[in-house]
Design a protein around this ligand. Structure first.
Ligand code: MG
Length: 131
């Protein structure tokens, strides 16, 4: 059964916020420069993972979205799913096929450094108050 099933998306609609989170260089190092396609060598940023897990625990939908394999055509889904679970990541969906881009201009996007510096402040800017 596809992870993109209609039932799953209906479930997401019931969450306070649907939060998309990049993986490489956002919640982990990404592969080493000497081995750029070996995502299994990425190392987790534990404090960032904890911050995302806190949002999951607060009832938000967490969707990890990655471009792993978008350019190469290699299917990294199973390895990535396993890796996220090994790192203790809490999430509702893992989506592949994120576009490859150099700049993302979006009214709802945050830079990773800005977001992880003070997640609560940025959630407030989005108009969301947890209480
Ligand atoms: Mg990335």
């Amino acid at each position: 059964m596809s992870i993109l099933s209609k039932e799953c998306n209906q479930y997401l609609d019931q969450m306070p916020l649907v939060i998309y989170v990049d993986i490489d260089k956002t919640i982990c190092t990404g592969p080493p420069e000497s081995d750029p396609l070996n995502y299994l060598r990425a190392l987790p940023y534990e404090t960032r993972i904890e911050a995302i897990n806190d949002l999951y625990d607060a009832g938000h939908a967490i969707v990890y979205w990655t471009a792993r394999g978008t350019k190469s055509g290699i299917n990294w889904y199973d390895e990535t799913y396993k890796q996220l679970k090994e790192w203790g990541c809490k999430f509702h969906q893992l989506k592949m096929c994120k576009p490859v881009y150099d700049m993302f201009i979006d009214d709802k996007a945050f830079n990773d450094m800005e977001f992880f510096n003070d997640p609560a402040k940025l959630l407030a800017q989005m108009g969301y108050s947890p209480s």
